[in-house]
Design a protein around this ligand. Structure first.
Ligand SMILES: [Zn+2]
Length: 323
């Protein structure tokens, strides 16, 4: 069933309560004049999409093209031919051509392209879209009394976008929809090859600055609504990343170089046992897929630590502490 939690009058956090982890929450903005506006309302079931489409919808915004945010998007296009679907550059083209997504995430290069394509199109029933309007994050959209400001927060993905939603008609609190910036137990996610830790940290700091300089209610794709001001909320994401750096530095040696393979499944990102328990999961049950994510995330930390001169690369992709 589709749940709607009120953030302010007329604006809701929307999510499916279906027991399947690979889904996301989104925003529904009621607008009786030109039509409702949706952000990341991927839902889980077709009937949940139909529920949203009972009202007139003007526009649908995609924060970024990850499958948990987009596998049901085709229903919106099929069931409502007037809907305008917006997606930030360069990810708009991933929605109309899945192969570009497989290329730019590194899935093709790692040999996982076919597996990922099959899971997406067969298990998740994903379909490519016919028409997507690309936008440069930073632009503003205006709908009658509602203003939507887009903020480029790359790192999680190249076009990853957060949204400030402002109802100018009444004196309502502003909403910051932080998408997948990392407001979850696990924190930030950067499993594809297009991610860098440097971008993630800059994006988190960008949102923190916006948040601390005004009054916002926060919502995000996989977290609760946060009504109360919490000055540490974004800093906590950075702290989790720093914790992984520290762990990595304790595993590395100051004379015997270690390769990325020797750093995998040591609890930096995933535990080995944890991935073995995910048998019934369409994606994470594939050890090759979790290895790919684990490797990319550890490499993000290694690259960042090399740049910050904390570790040194010894020939053939092995690293030691810079003591
Ligand atoms: Zn994502």
């Amino acid at each position: 069933m589709l749940k709607q939690k009120k953030i302010v009058d007329g604006i809701f956090l929307v999510y499916s309560d279906f027991k399947f982890w690979f889904k996301c929450g989104g925003i529904l903005i009621k607008n009786n004049i030109s039509g409702d506006i949706l952000i990341d309302c991927n839902c889980y079931l077709e009937k949940e999409v139909k529920g949203l489409l009972r009202n007139k919808i003007d526009s649908y915004f995609v924060s970024h093209m990850h499958l948990d945010h987009t596998y049901n998007l085709h229903f919106f296009e099929e069931l409502n031919s007037n809907i305008k679907i917006y997606c930030p550059f360069p990810e708009n083209k991933y929605l109309t051509n899945f192969n570009i997504f497989l290329e730019e995430t590194g899935l093709n290069e790692s040999g996982l392209g076919e597996l990922y394509r099959n899971i997406s199109f067969e298990s998740l029933k994903y379909k490519e879209l016919n028409s997507v309007i690309g936008f440069t994050p930073g632009v503003e959209f205006a709908y009658d009394d509602v203003k939507i400001k887009t903020i480029h927060v790359p790192g999680h993905s190249p076009g990853h976008t957060a949204f400030i939603i402002e109802d100018t008609k009444e004196n309502k609190r502003k909403i910051l929809f932080a998408s997948d910036i990392g407001l979850t137990q696990r924190g930030a996610w950067y499993g594809y090859t297009y991610s860098t830790l440097k971008d993630i940290k800059e994006s988190v700091k960008k949102l923190e600055k916006i948040y601390l300089n005004d009054d916002f209610i926060i919502a995000s794709s996989h977290g609760p609504i946060i009504f109360e001001r919490n000055p540490e909320i974004f800093n906590n994401i950075i702290r989790k990343l720093d914790d992984i750096d520290h762990k990595l530095l304790t595993i590395l040696d100051d004379n015997k170089p270690k390769s990325v393979d020797e750093l995998m499944y040591k609890g930096l990102i995933y535990e080995e046992d944890q991935t073995n328990q995910l048998d019934d999961d369409p994606l994470l049950s594939h050890k090759s897929f979790t290895s790919f994510l684990e490797r990319n995330m550890i490499m993000s930390h290694i690259n960042d630590l090399v740049e910050r001169k904390k570790i040194i690369e010894i020939d053939n992709k092995s690293w030691i502490l810079n003591s």
